[in-house]
Design a protein around this ligand. Structure first.
Ligand code: ATP
Ligand code: MN
Length: 477
């Protein structure tokens, strides 16, 4: 007899048939009712044990966390809460779990406690739901791009260019700590290192993706990126996954259209395909919000927020307009912002982004045309000479979810920008080559996958949407 998954059984019409299912015991009530889960769905299947016919020694071993194999008859359930259940005819203990030691007890655990037990937390309803949604979202990402003519490109994880400019980097070296050779100036002599030069873990695949866009037209990356930034926030990880589309012959307007369409499409996919998990996460968030003070509570439930995104247009606002709004805003006048907004040119902090999205516009916002001084060297300079064709997509509860731009395609302008910022042309000779041979308007953006998963699942901390989070002082597992 072939083995079924719990999902198959709960959806099946195999009533009165013999079935086999393997899984882990979530709870065992009254020496009779096993709630069995195998990860195929958030829902458990109830397995009813006839304790008069079952060896007492076996009954004792049916404990929370144990792995079991069950044979029995699928029947319509008499009890509440499920349509079908299994009348067990044979139960085999595959792996015992000591109930006094197993950390995941059938009760509510704090997210902090579960983070310390990240190897087991996926056995809880919350984390299994989050991880199934994460998996579905990553499929949706590939589906969207593959159906829209994009090629998937794997940009390097070890990078030899230190001009990516998106943040602090982790070094990659085979030198032994404290034994690295030094040159005559006392600096570490990377010529003797594995790659013969200083190398780091990538903070973005963009520059390499641009080279592919200038040949394949439409490309995207979806891979790990690393930032050694010491920011202990609920939105930053030291290792995270980034999605970076890059498209030739597309300007900033096209870039905004792409970002909006992409986000709507992947969220619509999970709304359609993760109904049970999202219903659970929706309820979880609602319960969590209940204990918050009224003023901090969200006006929408998780499902409402997701539908709101898929059904409404993102508001497009220039940086200059946004600064006007912020400067005249109540929190600014009442000195409630930690970083007050005084003049044009100020970098926007998360508090400002969230004010615009959550209080002022009450919808996702795309800010564009930022001051050149606060954005990266590769962004295309506008005719005004002081703003660049940058865009950030800002989301409620998250702040920045996408950062992108139209790229500077003019060789002379790019060289000037690099010189002004002291970026060595020799470092980026290959990047400049793109502007020498068949240069063209092109654009792209970076979207932090975990921030998207955070939004889709309603989880407050980014460390709870990646299997094994890496953050300052934390690389267990
Ligand atoms: P932030 O201002 O939030 O730190 P950033 O300006 O450094 O973001 P970019 O360099 O534009 O971000 O990176 C593109 C996207 O990658 C961001 O919009 C965000 O979704 C994501 N991202 C950036 N840094 C992190 C991080 N440390 N952990 C998780 N996601 C990140
Ligand atoms: Mn950052």
């Amino acid at each position: 007899m072939t083995r079924s998954s719990v999902l198959e059984l709960l959806q099946s019409d195999k009533i009165l048939q013999e079935v086999t299912v393997n899984g882990w015991v979530r709870t065992f009530r009254s020496n009779r009712f096993i709630a069995l889960n195998d990860g195929s769905t958030i829902n458990n299947i109830q397995c009813v044990v006839d304790f008069e016919k079952t060896d007492e020694a076996i009954i004792k071993r049916i404990t929370t966390g144990a792995a079991v194999s069950i044979k029995g008859t699928l029947v319509e359930s008499q009890g509440k809460g499920q349509n079908v259940e299994i009348q067990v005819s044979e139960i085999q203990i595959l792996g015992d779990s000591n109930p006094d030691e197993f950390p995941i007890q059938p009760k509510k655990h704090s997210l902090e406690f579960l983070r310390e037990n990240a190897h087991l937390r996926v056995r809880t309803n919350t984390f299994s739901a989050v991880m199934r949604v994460r998996s579905a979202l990553s499929f949706a990402v590939h589906k969207y791009f593959q159906e829209n003519g994009f090629n998937y490109v794997n940009t390097p994880i070890i990078t030899g260019s230190d001009a990516e400019g998106a943040g602090e980097m982790f070094g990659v070296s085979t030198f032994e700590t404290n034994k690295a050779p030094v040159d005559e100036n006392g600096n570490i002599d990377y010529k003797q290192d594995f790659f013969g030069k200083e190398t780091n873990l990538t903070v973005s695949g963009q520059l390499e993706a641009e080279t592919f866009a200038m040949a394949l037209g439409k490309v995207y990356t979806f891979g790990p990126t690393f930032r050694a930034e010491n920011s202990n926030t609920t939105r930053h990880l030291a290792e995270f996954w980034m999605i970076e589309p890059e498209v030739a012959f597309m300007d900033l307007d096209g870039n905004m259209d792409l970002a909006e369409d992409f986000i709507k499409s992947v969220l619509a996919y999970v709304l359609e395909n993760c109904k049970d998990d999202l219903a659970f996460l929706d309820q979880r968030l609602t319960d969590e919000e209940k204990v918050k003070p009224q003023a901090e509570r969200s006006e929408m439930t998780l499902l409402e927020k997701l539908r709101f995104i898929t059904e409404n247009n993102f508001k497009r606002v220039s940086y200059t307009e946004a600064i006007d709004i912020l400067r005249n805003s109540k929190p600014n006048k009442k000195k409630k912002f930690q970083f007050p907004i005084n003049e044009w040119g100020a970098d926007l902090q998360s508090e400002h982004e969230r004010f615009l999205v959550e209080k002022h516009f009450k919808c996702p916002v795309i800010l564009f045309d930022y001051p050149a001084t606060i954005k990266a060297f590769y962004m295309r300079l506008n005719e005004d000479g002081k703003t660049v064709r940058a865009m950030d997509v800002l989301f409620p509860g998250i702040g920045e979810i996408v950062g992108g731009s139209q790229r500077e395609e003019r060789l002379d302008v790019l060289k000037e920008k690099m010189a002004a910022l002291d970026i060595d042309e020799k470092e980026l000779w290959w990047y400049l080559d793109l502007r020498k041979y068949g240069t063209a308007v092109h654009s792209g953006f970076g979207l932090g996958f975990e921030r998207l998963v955070q939004f889709a699942t309603g989880m407050g901390n980014i460390r709870d949407v990646i299997p094994f989070p890496r953050s300052p002082q934390n690389a267990e597992f």
